[in-house]
Design a protein around this ligand. Structure first.
Ligand SMILES: *Cc1c(COP(=O)(O)O)cnc(C)c1O
Length: 365
């Protein structure tokens, strides 16, 4: 099989050194392994700019959605009510989760190309005194739009609400100060901007709020509090942990630091994103979002050609060494290109050359 690089929002292209870490079958109850778990938990707190007295990290088996479901089903109690702020498929997935667990909620839903306005959130919080929690997505990977978690977090704190963020596709690629933003629970996963391989999610939690959630969980395996209690003692996971994935993730965290941390990684992603959007525009392929709300994580491109076939485009690009992503909008023909992962300016230039060829072929038919 011909190899290709991933320009998708995760799993993404990882370094060979990260992949090589997985060539070792580690014992789970061994002290060396528990130390790795504990070290990862500490490193994540550091990335989030919070200290061990106030915050803690819980690692959770499964993909990112398992982490989101763990938080929603463990933290929002029977008497509580959550305001979900949505403008894409991942926000809507939170509602699906809430329905499964019969959680009391209200929604502020915006169009996919609109950043939810903080004043609207405030109006709802003023009117509905029953609301106890606010939850939203940071980078909506559906489109690549970047939501203002800082503003919504501060408003949530002003009204003393618990604020929860799905920062799956942004944490590690965009600097987030949890405490400054008023975030009580933040969820991300191993295979996004930290550039590890898929297999677990992690939750950075305000300890006081986590302790308050004791006994509220609606599921055994996703019980966030229980997972924390088990892990916090000595780094032992409650159930089988994804050992190979953990080793790779630990390496990926060290490589993030070596790159210069989140700031340096953000710079690389942002620079690549800018080059990509500019070059595509020259080819007549415009991005779906306005520049000021576009994240450096993933870009949705419009393909306003009558005979658009994503599969045809995908196969052509793949033949030339890159895998792109389908669009997720229903009303317009789009496709997406991810920026995250071990991708450099050279890749973006290569990719745009490939697109130039593709556009030329389409025009001459
Ligand atoms: C990737 C992602 C998720 C989780 O998806 P999984 O397929 O479960 O890993 C959740 N929210 C956002 C915003 C994402 O980008």
């Amino acid at each position: 099989m011909k190899n290709y690089k991933l320009l998708t929002p995760g799993p993404l292209t990882t370094t060979d050194s990260v992949k090589r870490e997985m060539l070792f079958d580690h014992c789970t109850w061994d002290d060396d392994y528990k130390v790795i778990t504990q070290r990862i938990r500490k490193q994540l707190l550091k990335l989030a700019h919070v200290n061990e007295e106030e915050y803690t990290t819980v690692l959770m088996q499964g993909s990112g959605t398992f982490g989101v479901e763990s938080v929603i089903s463990s933290v929002i109690g029977k008497e509580d009510k959550c305001l979900f702020v949505t403008n894409g498929a991942y926000g809507e997935r939170m509602l699906d989760i809430a329905k499964y667990h019969k959680i009391n909620y209200v929604v502020l839903s915006e169009e996919y190309n609109i950043v939810p306005y903080v004043n609207k959130v405030e109006e709802i919080l003023k009117d509905d005194k029953d609301i106890t929690h606010v939850m939203m997505v940071h980078c909506e990977t559906t489109t690549g739009i970047l939501n203002d978690i800082e503003a919504v977090g501060k408003i949530s704190k002003k009204y003393s609400k618990t604020f929860m963020v799905d920062a799956m596709s942004s944490f590690g690629g965009i600097d987030i100060s949890l405490k400054d933003y008023g975030i009580d629970f933040l969820i991300s996963s191993s295979n996004k901007c930290i550039q590890g391989v898929p297999g677990f999610s992690f939750i950075i939690a305000n300890k006081e709020k986590l302790i308050e959630s004791k006994g509220k969980a609606r599921s055994l395996s996703l019980d966030l509090y229980d997972q924390w209690i088990g892990m916090d003692k000595d780094g032992k996971w409650r159930f089988t942990s994804p050992t190979h994935v953990i080793l790779a993730f630990s390496k990926a965290l060290d490589e993030l630091e070596a790159e210069g941390g989140v700031v340096a990684r953000n710079k690389r992603y942002s620079n690549n994103n800018k080059i990509l959007r500019n070059k595509m525009k020259k080819l007549g392929i415009n991005s779906y979002l306005e520049e000021d709300i576009q994240s450096p994580i993933i870009t949705t491109f419009l393909y306003e050609n009558n005979d658009f076939s994503f599969i045809e485009m995908y196969n052509f690009v793949k033949e030339n060494g890159y895998a792109i992503y389908p669009g997720k909008l229903t009303k317009v023909d789009t496709f997406r290109i991810g920026n995250i992962g071990e991708i450099y300016e050279e890749d973006i230039n290569n990719l745009c050359d490939i697109f130039e060829k593709f556009v030329l072929i389409k025009e001459t038919i």
